[in-house]
Design a protein around this ligand. Structure first.
Ligand code: URA
Length: 240
């Protein structure tokens, strides 16, 4: 974690706007390592220095990582004119942070979504170079057979591009079939288009895994929680 100005740290810790935290500093309410600090530009080392307001220690964390179980009917963007966004599901406690969704899921897709303010991680998870695997639980109309598995593993011609080799695990085949599909790219409507190329209509799509991270089965639709340090490391270092 980098050193930063005291006023900036207080804003990032959620104590108020720059103007409000400057007032707190002026009123001699903020201490660093027990000393009252009157200079808003005082440089703090967040790893070593203890910043407090009265006798309450201020918790500062540079990056936040949330796992959301995305429900249908929410857009995975910061703003939208038509539909509610997944950012509306993030509790107020995080509102002072500049959080954003990592990648996109369609309006009608459910499941694992990461929300963070770590641009570097977001970029590396979405980078085609890193080929991060994403697994979807899919329900389609029609039967799935070994031939579909083979075609998916060879790459499908989707008119404007050919999908990279992907893995299909058939869970159930019948009039409605269930499968897990793992892909390493994320083009617009990719999964739906892949099944369309096999003449199957996707009727349910849920992301259940991303870079080794599983969707937490305890999260109800619309619920979220912070990732543990191990989970963050898993995302940062995948593949280990
Ligand atoms: N593929 C799709 O078609 N939709 C999604 O939301 C994700 C992957």
């Amino acid at each position: 974690m980098n050193n930063l100005r005291l006023d900036k740290l207080l804003v990032k810790a959620g104590l108020g706007t720059r103007k409000e935290v400057k007032k707190l500093i002026k009123k001699e309410e903020i201490r660093v390592n027990g000393q009252v600090i009157k200079d808003p530009g005082f440089i703090v080392n967040p790893q070593e220095d203890i910043v407090s307001l009265g006798n309450k220690e201020i918790h500062y964390q540079e990056f936040y990582y949330l796992m959301l179980n995305k429900p249908q009917g929410y857009v995975s963007a910061k703003v939208d004119n038509l539909y509610p966004t997944i950012m509306e599901l993030v509790p107020q406690d995080y509102s002072h942070l500049d959080l954003f969704p990592v990648g996109r899921l369609d309006l009608d897709t459910l499941g694992l979504m990461i929300i963070t303010n770590d641009g570097h991680l977001s970029h590396s998870l979405s980078s085609p170079k890193r080929a991060v695997p994403k697994t979807y639980l899919v329900e389609v109309r029609g039967e799935l057979a070994e031939e579909d598995k083979k075609r998916i593993s060879q790459g499908l011609d989707l008119d404007d591009f050919t999908s990279l080799p992907a893995q299909l695990e058939i869970l159930e085949s019948g009039p409605i079939s269930r499968a897990e599909l793992t892909i390493t790219e994320g083009k617009f409507h990719q999964v739906k288009r892949m099944f369309q190329a096999l003449d199957k209509e996707v009727i349910y799509l849920e992301r259940i895994r991303l870079a080794g991270l599983e969707l937490d089965g305890d999260l109800e639709l619309g619920q979220l929680r912070e990732l543990s340090a191990e989970e963050v490391n898993m995302l940062k270092n995948y593949p280990l």
